[in-house]
Design a protein around this ligand. Structure first.
Ligand SMILES: [Zn+2]
Ligand SMILES: [Zn+2]
Length: 880
């Protein structure tokens, strides 16, 4: 079995990652036990879009919870992390419709059934891309429970929820003004609209009064909608328009007679104070129209084209073409009074960035307020916690001002609304199964509603439907509510809030206890990543270059709750170096393990052994605490510094004399420490740790299910830590003196130590070997005071006063004197140059401020360096 202990020379992530990724899944290591007496820990994966491909946001959002779930699993929890994908109606439509367009087809031309066939084929062929990428990331998801928001179980559950809400009056249908994306061909909910400030124009149009020479001027940013005007409104108190109140104007281009009405809601300081009213194309006008019983004339259809109602001249034109035409016709007639620059907010589709068109149509809505009440309560009562907590404020602000949710979409890929319209009597039947007869007129001419449900409607059910709801499954009993949801702040409203509402309503409990909100991943200059900036970091490319573990560790190390992440390739390269460091240290450890049995004999424990055990137990406690509070950056920082700067830099060096002396206990502790470290690091870097661990002589089946170390009070050894600190100070001190005086590390030297306390003397005597090995000391002399005549390089290291005797071959005083002289004269020249430049008037006037500042800083640096060198020079002179 000796070969088991030999690691390859260099760490090559790719084959290692492939091997363990398959192994973990094939062996079912991510599948929870059922039944189980263990405590459970569960999560559901925020389902990525089936059209998606892994980006850095995903990498962050999936790595952090994986660290938690791996840690909990190792702690002995029965863990479930349930994966799946979202059917993403709009995104899939965009993909399929684009490919149809390339063939000169449209979805209407191919028809609903054929379209669905194409979409399912596409999903089966390409929908798995993100799944494989998730596996590559090392996420410990239970793939045997993988779900899709459009699978059969979801279809049943979605229908059930729809029918129940409808029957309770919480879903209704209404003829209402909604937001529509002409490009995506569907309406959207309020939160799917992105508002952007736009530089636009404000057009002043004259509306002539009927049977009068006078006219009233209205201002608008959307002149094409005037074709659908059914009134002009003024404020009742506006003196400028009193004489127009109750009069009739003749709508230009259309010649429709429309009234001048008064309403308190008219803003007197907008435009002229008189506004046009288009109930079918503006939300405010829609309300105004209802109040004043105005006609709703639809002049723009759902695809953004002008309707028949817009008049022969404009019918069929695109809304923006129509705008130009309306303007030129008004100008011809002398009715365009003036045009002004105007900045205002314009709604855009969050999927395709097309300008939204308000659209009057029959739609389905969820009455949200009663559901929101409960969802507010559970967060207020602390049953659900946001991390960081300030996100709860954002949540409340939205929830307290929530609007009804438009859930119907004019798409095909999705859950078709389980409502049937009777062609004979207009009655609507909402049912789980396709009805045969109209409940009112008993006719059988029933047509199912053409619309599908908003994708977010089904994803709101994700936490409990994935566990088998509406069936009362074992999974639901054991794993619901889940413990943690890790997601982006941008979908708190879209998703988190709705999951809470639906979970409380249908699964009768909160969907999760903690909501961890990730920061935004930016580039190293803290700029948003975007295609146009060309600063996108592709996680798959990073995995290829630096290995998955390095990518994962970078995500953890940068994840400070509440802060955005500033990602750079340098960081990843740094953690790749960390992986290599661990590999090399492990290689040394494994090669040093000669025993078959590893036994610790208390009396053989060295100071270094006691110290590393104490440090290991301490770091374990700190790690647990950091992870419990989701302080990933802190956990990563602690484990990184411990492994690199304590285990590798010190312990591995400190064991050498003891191993050489054949101390079997040190060998056992060395093995124990490596095993311990690998367990601590596994949640962050699963691949390299598993690979190394499998080479340990006493490894088990997989690190995935190995126990996470516990803080062990018996190993706490304050004395060992104090003594070790004392020795480390001395070793660092000697190394510093050597470096300052250019004594090469390989040069073997003598060390004099001035110690007065008996206790300290004892520590040195007992641990001489450490100092000798780590500082390359031939011999240590412990003295009460240094003899006056001997030439010494002196220094202070912690509580030590140390001296290195100057002897032949160690340190040539004459040579050092010459070197310092040369360096000092060069430095003086450099300083003079910079001083001259700073005194130059031209430079002071013309150079940019930051250049001047940098030059001044440079001067200060050189002056400080000069002072230090002069000190060394004096010291050397004193020794000669
Ligand atoms: Zn769109
Ligand atoms: Zn009927």
């Amino acid at each position: 079995m000796k070969n088991k202990r030999i690691l390859g020379k260099a760490y090559d992530p790719k084959p290692v990652e492939e091997k363990w990724s398959d192994f973990w899944i094939d062996e079912g290591l991510f599948v929870p036990e059922l039944p189980s007496s263990k405590k459970k820990f569960s999560m559901v994966l925020p389902p990525p879009n089936v059209t998606g491909s892994l980006h850095v946001g995903h990498a962050l959002c999936f790595t952090l919870p994986d660290i938690i779930v791996r840690w909990r699993r190792m702690q002995g929890y029965n863990t479930l992390w349930l994966p799946g994908t979202d059917h993403a109606s709009i995104a899939v439509h965009n993909v399929i419709e684009q490919s149809l367009e390339e063939k000169g087809l449209t979805r209407e031309k191919v028809g609903r059934d054929e379209f669905m066939k194409i979409a399912w084929n596409w999903k089966n062929k390409y929908g798995g891309v993100i799944i494989n990428q998730l596996k590559k990331l090392g996420t410990s998801l239970d793939w045997t429970r993988e779900r899709f928001t459009l699978d059969e179980g979801f279809s049943r559950a979605v229908k059930r929820v729809f029918v129940d809400l409808y029957e309770e009056g919480l879903i209704y249908r209404d003829y209402y003004l909604v937001n529509r994306c002409p490009h995506c061909g569907t309406v959207l909910s309020d939160i799917e609209i992105e508002h952007k400030e736009k530089q636009a124009k404000l057009y002043y149009i004259k509306y002539p009064l009927l049977d009068s020479e006078e006219s009233i001027t209205v201002a608008t940013t959307r002149p094409e909608t005037m074709l659908g005007d059914t009134a002009v409104a003024v404020h009742p108190d506006d003196k400028r328009f009193i004489r127009f109140q109750g009069k009739t104007v003749l709508l230009p281009l259309v010649d429709r007679k429309i009234p001048v009405i008064t309403d308190e809601r008219v803003e007197m300081d907008f435009g002229t104070g008189a506004v046009k009213v288009t109930p079918a194309h503006d939300p405010v006008d829609f309300e105004l129209g209802k109040k004043h019983n105005l006609e709703q004339v639809i002049v723009i259809d759902g695809s953004g084209r002008m309707t028949k109602e817009a008049g022969k001249e404009f019918q069929g034109l695109d809304r923006f073409e129509c705008r130009e035409k309306v303007l030129s016709r008004l100008e011809e007639k002398g009715l365009l009074e003036k045009t002004e620059d105007y900045q205002h907010s314009v709604g855009h589709c969050y999927r395709c960035q097309t300008v939204i068109e308000p659209n009057l149509s029959w739609q389905w809505f969820v009455r949200v307020e009663p559901l929101a009440k409960e969802a507010i309560r559970v967060v207020e009562e602390g049953k659900i916690e946001f991390i960081p907590p300030n996100w709860a404020k954002t949540y409340f602000e939205w929830m307290y001002n929530i609007h009804d949710w438009c859930i119907s979409r004019q798409l095909w890929w999705g859950h078709r609304i389980p409502a049937w319209h009777c062609s004979d009597c207009d009655h609507i039947i909402v049912a789980l199964e396709t009805p045969q007869k109209c409940g009112k007129c008993k006719g059988s001419n029933l047509v199912q509603d053409e619309d599908v449900l908003d994708t977010w409607f089904s994803s709101a059910l994700w936490p409990f439907v994935t566990m088998g709801w509406p069936e009362q499954t074992e999974d639901l009993k054991v794993f619901y509510p889940t413990d943690l949801m890790s997601t982006g702040f941008d979908i708190i409203f879209f998703w988190v809030a709705r999951m809470i509402m639906m979970g409380l309503k249908f699964a009768r409990d909160i969907p999760f206890r903690h909501v961890y909100i990730n920061g935004l991943v930016r580039d190293f200059k803290r700029r948003k990543m975007s295609k146009s900036e060309g600063n996108i970091i592709d996680p798959l490319e990073m995995i290829d270059k630096y290995g998955t573990d390095a990518l994962r560790f970078t995500m953890a190390a940068l994840a400070i709750p509440g802060a955005d992440i500033s990602l750079s390739e340098e960081r990843m390269a740094g953690y790749q170096a960390f992986a290599n460091k661990i590999w090399n240290a492990s290689r040394f450890v494994l090669m040093s393990l000669e025993s078959e049995e590893f036994q610790v004999k208390e009396q053989e424990l060295t100071l270094a052994d006691r110290w590393i055990r104490s440090r290991l137990t301490e770091i374990t406690g700190e790690l647990d605490k950091a992870l419990e509070q989701y302080k990933f950056y802190e956990a990563a920082d602690k484990i990184y510094h411990f492994i690199w700067h304590e285990f590798c830099d010190w312990y591995i060096e400190l064991v050498k004399p003891s191993l050489k002396a054949g101390n079997r206990t040190t060998e056992a502790i060395l093995a124990e420490a490596l095993d311990w470290i690998l367990r601590l690091l596994h949640p962050f870097m699963p691949y390299i740790t598993e690979e190394i661990w499998q080479h340990l002589p006493f490894s088990g089946k997989s690190l995935v299910k190995a126990s996470f170390p516990k803080e062990d009070k018996r190993f706490k050894d304050k004395n060992a830590e104090k003594e070790m600190k004392f020795l480390q100070d001395a070793i660092i001190g000697v190394r510093t003196i050597r470096a300052e005086n250019r004594i090469p590390p390989k040069q073997n030297i003598e060390l004099w130590v001035k110690v007065k306390k008996e206790g300290e003397k004892k520590i040195i005597l007992e641990n001489q070997a450490y100092i000798q090995t780590l500082a390359n000391i031939r011999k240590i002399e412990i003295l009460d005071r240094f003899p006056g005549k001997k030439k010494l390089l002196k220094g202070v290291a912690g509580s030590w006063e140390i001296g290195i005797p100057i002897e032949e071959g160690v340190f040539d005083l004459q040579q050092e004197k010459q070197r310092l002289e040369k360096e000092l004269s060069k430095l003086a020249q450099d300083i003079e140059k910079i001083e001259k430049r700073l005194q130059n008037q031209d430079f002071q006037k013309r150079a940019p401020k930051n250049v001047i500042e940098e030059t001044q800083q440079r001067l200060q640096q050189l002056q400080a360096k000069k002072a230090k060198l002069e000190e060394s020079f004096e010291h050397v002179l004193s020794l000669i």
